[in-house]
Design a protein around this ligand. Structure first.
Ligand code: HAM
Length: 415
């Protein structure tokens, strides 16, 4: 049997990986502008952490987790998302003691046993950011504005920011009952999943994609019309602050999100370009989560972006870094000189390629072209004797003689 990768687990190959590096570097740069520090947490946690944070009756916990018992008889899970582990770490390391406000970002692989398709994988990657310790609506607006800023820096303008409020433990239970009353007569129209979770998680029917659920929930009461006064005021302020800085959004009162820890503001950046996998980034407020996990009563808000989906939206291969110089050597002795000049230049910060196998000049030039090297330098017997060689700019054909030394070559390259 041929050894292949596991279904839904992908290699990110050279050529594509440069796009990922560009996304990661842009995210790091923008996050640091907004005062975020990186945190790295394990990719495996105790299963209970995810059951308690994401929620027992969510698709993720019920169906999608890679959970197993390790050799020490512990129930462990490959993380399906980043927020739970980051909050576990915040509590365990008492990060809130040194500073009540923490701004943390993370990037790395997540694992969900979903049906793979374009934009949906079993190992996928998130870049996420979380702010804990501030309940003020300005923070919601700040997080959303940063997210839009990051997308703009990446040159991705198409996705729409959709926002909603899911209320809080004071107003959501009454709304749930209202929604259940509305749906009770239409239970037979709901899909199996929505019918099964009618008692435990009836809100999911609102953003279920099944035709019957869409029909049954048409005209259903909206959470936004049933917020308690503090939640209503919070949401009004979030919208006001977003408008004050020109961050565009659209209301989506049907957005429920697939994780149970959310309170108040939730949001998604949605695109029409990725088929059914429309969310490129998503998140929200989770004011009760830290206390639920055994920590202090601290509010939090954050988001995660799907890197595969971002990479699909970023067109082209302009992210590949091409070598500055290819040194062509015309005989064996010149190969030694080319090797030495290359090593010197690399130590001076110039990216250089040579041929290691004594190939013909024509084949070396072909390789220089294939690698899109900006310059070539040709060394043969005459050049060795003179101590200078012709440096040619590939795009223009312009040629100058340079001394066979790292510093003058680097200067001539304009680096
Ligand atoms: P989520 O909506 O489950 O939220 O995932 C966030 C993003 O991860 C999605 O919008 C999507 O771009 C990407 N994603 C999710 N599943 C897959 C998959 N199977 N394949 C490819 N990409 C995927 C969270 O995970 C929350 N932790 C976000 C958050 C942070 N909320 C507050 N703080």
């Amino acid at each position: 049997m041929a050894l292949t990768a596991i279904k839904g687990f992908n290699d990110i190959l050279p050529g594509e990986v440069e796009k990922w590096q560009h996304i990661e570097m842009t995210a790091r740069r923008v996050f640091s502008l907004y005062g975020f520090d990186e945190i790295r947490v394990p990719i495996m946690e105790k299963t209970e952490l995810f059951a308690r944070s994401i929620g027992d009756v969510t698709d993720i916990v019920e169906k999608e987790m890679y959970s197993f018992t390790d050799k020490g008889d512990n129930r462990v899970t490959l993380r399906p998302e980043g927020t739970a582990g980051v909050m576990r770490s915040l509590i365990e390391n008492k990060l809130y003691a040194a500073d009540s406000v923490n701004k943390l970002y993370y990037m790395g692989p997540m694992f969900r046993y979903e049906r793979p398709q374009k934009g949906r994988y079993r190992q996928f990657h998130q870049i996420g950011a979380e702010i804990t310790g501030v309940a003020d609506p300005k923070v919601d607006a700040q997080v959303l504005t940063m997210l839009r800023h990051l997308f703009a820096e990446l040159g991705i303008h198409e996705p729409t920011l959709e926002i909603n409020s899911l209320g809080c433990p004071d107003c959501r239970p009454a709304y749930r009952e209202l929604l259940k009353d509305f749906l009770r007569g239409k239970l037979s129209d709901l899909c199996d999943d929505c019918r099964r979770r009618f008692d435990t998680n009836p809100l999911r029917a609102l953003d279920c994609k099944a035709a019957g659920c869409k029909e049954a929930t048409a005209g259903a009461p909206a959470m936004l019309d049933h917020l308690c006064t503090p939640c209503d005021e919070h949401f009004a302020a979030v919208k006001r602050f977003l408008e004050s800085v020109g961050t565009e959004y659209r209301l989506n009162s049907r957005m429920v999100r697939g994780l149970d820890y959310y309170t108040r503001t939730t949001f998604e950046l949605v695109t029409g370009l990725l088929g059914s996998q429309s969310a490129v980034a998503a998140g929200g407020r989770y004011d009760g989560l830290i206390a639920d996990l055994g920590g202090p009563s601290l509010p939090g808000i954050g988001f995660a972006m799907g890197v595969e989906r971002l990479a699909l939206l970023l067109e082209g291969d302009k992210f590949r870094v091409t070598p500055d110089l290819f040194i062509v050597a015309l005989d064996e002795e010149s190969q030694g000189v080319a090797f030495k000049v290359m090593c010197d230049l690399q130590r001076h910060g110039v990216s250089v390629e040579i041929d290691y196998e004594g190939k013909s000049m024509k084949s070396q030039m072909r390789r220089a072209d294939k690698l899109s090297c900006r310059f070539t330098l040709i060394i043969g017997e005459t050049e060795r004797a003179a101590g200078t060689a012709p440096l040619k700019e590939m795009a223009t054909g312009r040629q100058v003689d340079v001394a066979l030394d790292a510093v003058p070559i680097k200067e001539a390259l304009g680096i």
